[in-house]
Structure formats: C-alpha cells, structure tokens
Design a protein around this ligand. Structure first.
Ligand code: PPS
Length: 565
C-alpha cells in the first residue's frame, strides 16, 4: 500500500470514529449561509482559519482587521446559534454540525460562547449600524442568531452538492489544475453578474497586464438549489468561457455567502483567491458594494476604496491587486475600448442591465456587439417574454365585493385562450381543501394567505396562471406573497374596492346579517379589520360595473403589460 492510500485509510478510520462520537453529542443543522461558511472552512479557502473565530480573535478582527496573531483577516467568521442552544452549551464541549437534512459534516470543539454587540460589529465591518442604509447590516440584525460560538472544527464531510460537481473546485483542486497546466500566474475574477462581450474584453485586458491565465470564480452561494436563476447563471458562465482561446481560462464555482462589506469584502475575497492559488485579483472600483450596478441607488462606499484597500495589503496577503477597467463599445470602430480612452467625438453604445431585462421580457433584439448568441439563448430560456411567463392574479377585498365572480369570469376567458394552464384558488376552495384546520384569527388568516401564495408561486414558476380570490385583509401577508411570486413571474394585485355598504346590501350568503347579530365573531368589515392595498396594480369597484366589464379591465392591463397577446 502506498502513502496516499494509507493516508486515505487513516482519514476514513478517523471519520468513522468521529461519526460514532457525534451520535452522543448535541447537534445543530446549519442554514444555507452557514453551509457556505463551513464549506470554505473545511476546504481551507478560509486559511489560516481552522474553525470559527474565538472571542478574542473576533474582537481583534473588528478592531484591527487582524487575528490576534496579527494575520490580516477582515470579516468575522463565527457560528451564530439561537438563545436556547447557546444556553445549553459550555466551552470545552463539542457540537455536531449537520447539513439541512441532518447529515453530519463536522464536530466543533467549543472555545467560547458569547452574545455579540451587533451594533458594534455592524459599525466596524460595514461602516454603519443603520439597517435602513445597508442590507448587510439588516441581514446581521434580522437573520443572524443572537449568540456566537468559536472553536476548532474536525471535518467529516464537505457539504454535498448535486449540481455542477465538475466545476466545484476546492483550493486543493484549483492549485492542482493550475500547476498541471503550467499556470504560474493566475488572475482571479469574482462575480455574481451575467457576463457579456464587455466583460470578456475587460478580463482579457487585465490578464494581459498581469501576464496571467484566468480563473473565473462566480459565486454559487446562497441560492436555493431549486432557484432557476442559479442554473442559468452557471450555464451562461459555461458558454462565456468558450469565447476565450483554449487553455486560457478556467471556471470554478465559489460557495461564498457574500457579506457586501465593500472594501473589507474585497480584501476578504482577495485572501480567499490567494488560497485558491491565484497570484492576482481583479478588483472593481465598487467591489463588494451592496448597491453596485444598481441604477436606482447610489453606491454605499466611495468609488475606488476597495481597490485602495486591497492594494494597501497586497504584499502582506500575497496577491496582487489589478484594477478592473470598464470597457465600452465604440460604434465607428466596431470594438470595445477602455472607458478612460473614450474621446468626445466617439459614439459609445451600452445596454444597462434593466434595459437588457426589458428586452428579454418583451422578446426584443439583443445585439451581437453586446452579448453572445449562446449566452443570450440561455437567458431567453430562463427569462421568457411575458407572453410566455406564468402569472398570478391576486384578487383581494371584502366578502361580497365580487372577488369570486371576477375570478370565475377570468378563468373562463383564460381557458378560452388555451395558452396556459389555469388554477382557481378561491377563498372558499382553499379553506375547504388546503386550510380546513384554520380559523379566522389574524395569525391563521396570515397562514392561509401565505399558503395560497406558496401554491400560486409554484404555479407561476411553472408557467401557469394562478387566480387567487381570498379576502386577504392584511398588507403584510399580501406583501409576502408579492415578494415570493414576483421572483417566479408576473404578480398582479387586484383590489376590489366595492364599499362595505354595497357588500352588506348584497349579503349573498347572509353572513353580514349573522355578523351584525353577533353570531359570527371577527367578521371582516364588521368586527375585524380590512387594510386596503397600498399600490394595487388594478382597483375595481363592482358597484359601478358588471363582472364582464371588470374582467375586461384586467385583460386590458394584461395585454398592455405583454402577458397576453
Ligand atoms: S382570509 O381572511 O383571506 O383568510 O379569508 P378567506 O379565506 O378568503 O375566507 C373568507 C370566506 O370565509 C367566510 N367567512 C368569513 N369571512 C370573513 N370573516 C369571518 N370571520 C368569516 N367566517 C367565515 C366568508 O364566506 C368568506 O367568503 P367570501 O367569498 O369572501 O364571501
């Protein structure tokens, strides 16, 4: 037996012993963010960390951007756990860490447990403690548990992935790949954006400057495995690298839970890139900014700060900073040139990401100078024009306001069109089949509405039409549905603004009379609230129009927005 197979056997025996040990330990199932962190701890992308920061290192990272042994480290990596688990654990004890299915990944030997001051952490890492200003701060306050645990990890298994296994390179694998190919200089490019022709020119320019091969490492982090976007992104990257000469570029997915900490994020990524074997790192002037490339928001960090910080530490951390230079297409020259070299007499063309989105939604042309036909065809598959997307019509209003009637007329119209499957989720149908155990308390109404939202989101995602017609009296439940469903396709909220007196006069089911007589407690509009929608796409008052007219209003809206032809 050679040394290598002997070492595998030793590892196997050790893992078996650890698995046995874990059976007797308390355990914790890691969330998606924590799974990203543990993968990069276990595969040594976070070298020199060999586990979660202890309390002293955590303080030192916050105050000095260094571990206590003086190594540069800008972002705290701690295991956050809920109060109940923290209260049941002591330093010196061990905790088994599992994935979301309960599969054992590692055993943590706890060194410290503490309650961080999140405001202090936010100010130190993000430069503000105001959650309204920075989504990273909001995430810290809202999604990160209130207790931190530090300690060393004994790894048993990497988190399991079933998708794109061949390009999920660990640092050991990327090092091996670089040396097998004789790549002595490698420039790392970190991205979560769709890449087009301008990016190719920009990457090539940087690679020429560095005299390096290219390691394109897109983030495959927090996306849920069921998220279609993830697959489209990766397929687009796979097409993108085909546009480079052979053996010049390679692709590896990076399971990073981004913090969006601007310059500190860039420095952290630079250290990680070094651990993957890169000698150079391409840094944008808005690198790690939570609002980078957003047309509707100003960047949070000053332009160029990220490049400055990485440059300042490049000798110490052992990777060179290469500043990313934006490229623009000059029409008369039919080529890309660096933005700084553009003269006033040159006619420059660009397409913003929102313009690209608009063209995809409407099935319009995307020119070859902007992107590659193969990349565009992947995008078109993932972002079909609205006429091919699923959508939800969410009709909300008082009992008797005309919701069910409108939903039924619309269903018939859609069935006549025959281009998408239609599902009716009327209040009564749902109460009978999906929510039969629920009552009409605020909590149960919310649950009922978000269940409808979940079903509608699945229908929408798969290209169907979901017609929902519950009372849905609370803004918060409707907003949750809007957010969920908009990610999967169209979401059209129709507010039935028929006044209470009209609904009560109609009283088709005799429920208002019963409610007034005190026989139905908590009846919407009588003894329970209804909060009207803030910005509905359509408002309809059926005291002034027939059901057919109401349906026509919705159909005209759908036609105008491109959902029906
Ligand atoms: S909610 O609030 O959205 O969860 O309500 P929903 O699921 O749409 O159910 C509304 C139908 O239930 C009947 N019903 C009541 N409505 C309001 N308040 C109380 N307390 C209540 N109890 C029973 C009523 O028939 C509603 O049907 P519609 O079609 O709206 O008239």
């Amino acid at each position: 037996m050679n040394d290598y197979s002997e070492s595998l056997l030793v590892h196997f025996r050790r893992s078996e012993a650890l698995k046995q040990e874990a059976l007797a330990l308390p355990s914790f199932d890691l969330n998606l963010r924590q799974l990203c962190d543990i993968e990069l701890l276990l595969n040594r992308a976070f070298y020199p960390l060999d586990g979660y920061l202890n309390r002293e290192d955590y303080q030192s990272v916050l105050q000095h951007m260094r571990l206590t042994d003086n190594t540069v480290w800008p972002i705290p990596i701690c295991l956050d756990v809920p109060d109940k688990l923290a209260a049941a654990l002591q330093p010196g004890e061990k905790l088994a860490l599992n994935d979301q299915e309960g599969f054992l990944l590692a055993i943590l030997t706890i060194s410290d447990i503490w309650q961080p001051d999140k405001r202090l952490e936010a100010a130190a890492i993000f430069g503000t403690d105001d959650a309204a200003l920075h989504p990273g701060v909001k995430n810290l306050y809202e999604n990160i548990n209130g207790w931190y645990i530090g300690g060393t990890l004994a790894g048993i298994s990497f988190p399991i992935h079933y998708d794109f296994k061949d390009i999920r390179l660990s640092p050991a694998e990327s090092h091996r790949h670089f040396s097998l190919n004789g790549w002595r200089h490698v420039i790392g490019f970190h991205t979560d954006a769709y890449l087009h022709c301008a990016h190719k020119e920009m990457i090539l320019k940087a690679a020429r400057e560095a005299g390096a091969n290219i390691f394109l490492q897109p983030v495959a982090g927090l996306d849920h495995p069921g998220n279609l976007d993830h697959y489209t992104h990766v397929r687009c990257y796979q097409e993108f690298i085909k546009k480079f000469p052979k053996n010049m570029i390679s692709l590896g997915l990076m399971p990073l839970a981004s913090r969006w900490a601007g310059p500190k994020e860039a420095l952290w990524q630079a250290i990680i890139k070094r651990n993957f074997g890169c000698t150079h790192f391409l840094v944008a002037d808005d690198h790690g900014d939570p609002f980078a490339s957003r047309l509707d928001k100003e960047n949070f960090y000053p332009a160029g700060e990220a490049q400055k910080l990485v440059k300042q530490y490049e000798a110490e951390i052992g990777i060179r900073m290469v500043a990313e230079e934006k490229m623009v297409y000059v029409e008369d020259q039919a080529q890309y040139v660096p933005l700084h070299a553009v003269r006033d007499d040159m006619k420059v063309k660009t397409i913003s990401s929102s313009e690209l989105q608009r063209r995809l939604e409407n099935g319009l042309e995307i020119p070859d100078w902007f992107s590659y036909p193969d990349v565009v065809s992947e995008l078109r598959r993932a972002f079909p024009p609205r006429s091919k997307q699923g959508f939800t019509i969410f009709i909300t209003g008082l009992s008797g306001s005309g919701k069910s009637t409108l939903a039924k007329v619309l269903m018939v119209k859609f069935l006549e069109m025959r281009d998408r499957p239609v599902t009716l989720l009327d209040g009564d149908i749902v109460r009978k089949n999906l929510s039969s155990e629920l009552n009409f308390s605020k909590e149960h109404r919310h649950l009922n509405i978000t269940r409808i939202g979940f079903v509608a989101s699945e229908i929408t995602k798969n290209g169907g039409i979901a017609l929902c017609a519950p009372i849905a009296p609370y803004q918060e439940s409707r907003q949750a549905n809007r957010e969920l469903i908009s990610k999967c396709g169209g979401y059209i909220e129709v507010y039935m603004a028929t006044p209470l007196q009209v609904c009560e006069q109609r009283d088709r089911k005799g429920l208002y009379a019963k409610a007034r007589a005190g026989k139905i407690p908590g009846f919407t509009g009588v003894s329970d609230p209804y909060t009207p929608p803030v910005n509905p796409e359509i408002t309809i008052d059926t005291s002034e129009m027939t059901p057919a007219e109401a349906a026509q209003e919705v159909l005209l809206y759908l036609e105008e927005k491109g959902y029906i032809r």
